[in-house]
Design a protein around this ligand. Structure first.
Ligand code: ALL
Length: 325
């Protein structure tokens, strides 16, 4: 009943305000908030907060909430380790247990999170998938629909690869650092790189996962550089790994010879691009990504029973030239 009232409130966009400082302590799913607020509570569940991409995402979501504090309350969560799937599963359970109305999630794995999200949906919690798309087959097996809000990762990576190819020659060799292989966005970026290299007649001589992480990427890139001295570039599926690759290139004494590209447009990478240590990245507007997901969740809460279409968010090529504009 209280949930219905809260939903109605959003539907009418009445701006049902409450004391923004009052703690939210309701504990039963769908139960009334302890502060008497009729606003929906939305949980944002991200991946590793050690990655600037997600701290930027959190900051963007928090800014949106404070501008719309009459419309919803926000709880922000993340995990510490990119691979800690069980912690992300527990976070979903904890958020359902604390009675949130919606969960906006960037899943660390495209398959493993689906069952817990089905259970959350069965408890009446609205779910929106952002950033890394859940596996379509597993969603079908579980018999659920969850809208996806995020960029076309394949196209973003293709644009980065195409820009890199403009600096290389047909017949050149390159290496790829992949993200966690069970994440769909990582797979899509790998494909996008491949499409761009194929189109330019460039060979990917080595492609390994560095699990999205800088230090792992540093180790993997160092061994790639020694095994493939002919490689002219390293294409990293995110900027954390690109930073690890830049350090490996420098340690190998190949700075300026081996080009590096990434994906995310985090601030450290913007500096590297301006300084000529890195060629390009893709901006997937991390600060707005969760906001688009939250807006989708608010729409779903205002029209219970509907599942909106997927929302494709922008992804743009970033180079020294675009950063100077
Ligand atoms: C992906 C994001 C970012 C990020 C990576 C690491 O889902 O899109 O590219 O760097 O996760 O967790």
């Amino acid at each position: 009943m209280m949930r219905a009232l809260r939903l109605l409130c959003v539907a009418m966009l009445l701006g049902c305000s409450s004391d923004p400082d009052a703690p939210n302590t309701d504990s039963a799913a769908g139960g009334p908030p302890a502060d008497g607020s009729a606003k929906p509570r939305i949980a944002l569940i991200m991946k590793s907060l050690a990655n600037e991409f997600f701290s930027t995402m959190a900051a963007g979501a928090e800014a949106h909430q404070s501008e719309h504090s009459d419309q919803y309350d926000l709880i922000v969560n993340g995990i510490k380790d990119e691979r800690d799937l069980s912690r992300q599963v527990s976070l979903v359970e904890e958020m359902v247990g604390s009675g949130v109305d919606a969960i906006v999630i960037a899943p660390a794995d495209s398959k493993a999170l689906v069952p817990v999200l089905r259970r959350a949906q069965e408890q009446g919690v609205t779910i929106v998938n952002i950033d890394n798309r859940l596996d379509a087959d597993v969603l079908q097996e579980e018999g659920i629909r969850i809208p996806f809000v995020g960029p076309d990762n394949r196209e973003g990576a293709r644009k980065v690869g195409e820009h890199l190819a403009g600096q290389l020659s047909r017949g050149d060799s390159v290496c790829v650092l992949e993200g966690i292989r069970t994440s769909f966005n990582g797979q899509q970026r790998r494909e996008g790189f491949q499409v761009a290299m194929d189109a330019a007649g460039i060979t990917i001589v080595d492609s390994q996962s560095a699990e999205w992480e800088m230090s792992k990427a540093n180790t993997v890139a160092a061994s790639m550089l020694s095994e493939h001295p002919e490689a002219k570039a390293i294409l990293a599926a995110n900027d954390s790994m690109a930073l690890g690759a830049i350090a490996a290139v420098r340690s190998a004494g190949r700075a300026g010879e081996v080009l590096v590209v990434g994906f995310d447009n985090i601030s450290a990478v913007q500096d590297a691009i301006r300084e000529g240590k890195m060629l390009a990245t893709a901006d997937q507007h991390g600060d707005q990504l969760a906001v688009f997901g939250i807006e989708a969740a608010l729409r779903m809460l205002s029209e219970p029973g509907t599942t909106p279409d997927d929302v494709e968010t922008p992804v743009d090529l970033i180079t020294a030239e675009s950063l100077s504009q």
